[in-house]
Design a protein around this ligand. Sequence first.
Ligand SMILES: [Zn+2]
Length: 627
Amino acid sequence: MRILFIANDLPNPIHPTKAVFNLQLVRALSRQHEVQAVSPVSWLDEWKSQKAGGPSLPAERRAVIDGITIHYPRYKYPPRILRSYYSLFYWYSVRRTVKSLIKSSPPDLVLAYWVHPDGDAAVRAAKMVGATSAVIVGGSDVQIITADRRRERCVVDVMQRIDAVITVNQDLKFKVQGRGVHPEKIYPWSQGIDHSIFFPRDRADARRKLGIPTAGNMLLWVGRMAPVKGLEVLLEACAILKTRGIEFRLDLVGEGPLRREVEADCARRGLTDIVHFAGPRDPAQLGDWYRAANLCVLSSWSEGLPNVLRESLACGTPFVASKVGGIGEIAGDHSRLFTRGKAADMADCIADSLAHPRPVTGQQSPSWDQSAAALIDILQPLTRRDGQTKAAPRFRQPSPWRPRQMIRSAMAAVLPSRRFIVRGPRDCSAVCLTFDDGPHPRITPQVLDILGEQNAKATFFVVGQRAAEHPELIRRIVREGHTLAHHTFVHADNPSQLSAAQLMEEIAKTDKVLRDIVAQPMPLFRPPHGKLSVAKLWALWRAGLAVVLWNRDPKDFAAADSAQLRAWFLENPLNSGDIVLMHDNAAVTPPVLEELIRSTRRAGLDFVTVDQWTSGSRPLPRPAEAS
Ligand SMILES: [Zn+2]
């Protein structure tokens, strides 16, 4: 498979230890697949590094790390303001790089880490080539960002549009589901860890290597010194332990914007002799740090499933952590949880764990190779055409040039509506919703659910091949009173290359598939992209099929998001007799459907199926009858 990985969270020359776990994932994926990585670097980071005389990015803006080429476009955005527009800034920052990579090697899968803004870029990049899009939700996406209403909308919107949401634990799956994302497209998955670094070994040995006294209790904290980590809670707990006369040291591994404050806080609490600042460490050394400690401690206000704790357990060191995110899923009997923010609780847990240490047992995190394989197992079935790479980008936009519209209108004016229909009668007080290109295993059920709840009927122009893959959806469409219609067997990208005879073959094939599933005549046909020749039209009419086009096209398949589609319907309210073209394989469509149905009903219009306007057309003869 060809994979395009997009994440600002990857190591770069300025921050070589940033999000090493993503590099490990990319490395593991690239052992079996062709992987390209794009990691935009904040202009602010570059500027700060330059000002401080630190490292800078190479002129060609890419680097090879562990054999992986990572492209580093400059991420230009206004710091701290307009956050809900970061996805646009992000996309305009990476667009050129992504386009050139797609051109040289079109991916089957575009995978991002973080929903907003990275996930949005994955959706856009995937759309350019008809690839599958997926995002790994690390935790703070849905936990912190969504505290801001506007950014929450961005996060939820990306999760609606993307093909798959990968969560790093079960807890996050429920949280994502709670944001209205369809459960069928949320996949919990375990991140790997590097078992060559993180493994249990003698504690005294590790301490000798690090120059730490072999006797005495040692607590270890690893992370980025940022407000979310709740270091003030940890220091308060340490102060409480100290007043109780418990002897220990605390080592803080990592850097961050709060480093000075944390140092000042230590001094204020009289902890300078207990707390040691180890600074940032090479990930390869972290194993010894975990092995050296009696306990790993974490007092975060919010987490997904912290790598720090998984790595600690892999080294045989239990933890005391705040009960947030998915931490409870790995705590077992060996580790202890306290209510976040409660320093006294944390102190109790630490004291108890030091007095009664329990060995780490139970299931451990997978290796990165296992983890990458599990991810591919989830995503491979979702890639179109079974993971085969496509030679050329897929362009599906029908050209709305005017002459064709005029010809259609002229034909519709002279031909009987049971043969050729572009729109229904203007005085019928009804509209017709049509859904093309399905059935889609995830989106079609969403469309059907909403139509069912609103008691609105629609017409589904299904692709034969997809119908054969999802017969249960075909049965459901018919059972729920909707009209089933033809939309060729494979939905060729370039239908004009198909001869009239080939088209009829496709129709016969689709007809057989549909009849085998639901055994009823289907006299309606819509040509892919609305393209037809005179020969094809003639052949269709001879077979007794009515050709159904449309007069309203919101272009849902090209809409960047549901908001765009919603805006189109607001600007273009439906009128009596409209035939609306939509797609039940466009993820942006279901979120606007309910509102569309309600507002249309408020305008005094009802919903009918196309066959109510074309009655009189006769069914396709059975294959046996057709000589
Ligand atoms: Zn179509």
